[in-house]
Design a protein around this ligand. Structure first.
Ligand SMILES: [Zn+2]
Ligand SMILES: [Zn+2]
Length: 158
């Protein structure tokens, strides 16, 4: 079996952080573009029990699975690293975006969070201030990137 711990580690991180980039591009140009009809119910409560928007998560998950299948077929662990990086990003996104930012499933939003996470919540709230297809801000999920993202407007501390 082919195995290179350094290459595998690098690929893992490229897949993990690359997913934030891919998700941002997808969010801005596809989800708020020609596939708005699928993303719409994440912005506007349409009474769906299961948000159509979750299909985007399933789309990325299927790519991750394809990497694991390729690993199983070839024995090349670099494919497992790529699949794992994507899967870990998906998991982090589920916790941070769904459970913390939107308070779903485990309802983690109102816990005590670090300053970074508190900022992230505010940054993502700004994305949701615009419930239309166009003119959005802050397309990211796990990271706040100065100069690309509009800084959060936090309520002033007393
Ligand atoms: Zn959106
Ligand atoms: Zn959201």
């Amino acid at each position: 079996m082919y195995f290179n711990i350094i290459l595998d580690t690098i690929v893992f991180f490229i897949a993990f952080f690359g997913m934030e980039g891919a998700a941002r591009l997808m969010h801005k140009y596809v989800m708020h573009g020609f596939l708005w009809s699928i993303h719409k119910d994440h912005h506007i409560d349409m009474g769906h029990k299961f948000q159509r928007n979750n299909l985007f998560g399933l789309f990325f998950a299927s790519i991750s699975v394809a990497f694991f299948v390729t690993w199983a077929k070839t024995g090349n662990t670099v494919f497992a690293s790529a699949g794992l990086g994507m899967a870990m990003y998906g998991l982090a996104n589920l916790v941070v975006h769904d459970m913390i930012m939107h308070n779903s499933y485990l309802h983690l939003r109102d816990r005590k969070h670090s300053k970074y996470v508190t900022n992230l919540i505010a940054v993502h709230n700004m994305h949701h201030q615009n419930d239309g297809k166009n003119k959005g801000v802050n397309w990211g999920f796990l990271f706040y990137i100065p100069r690309i993202d509009v800084p959060p407007t936090l309520p002033k501390k007393r």
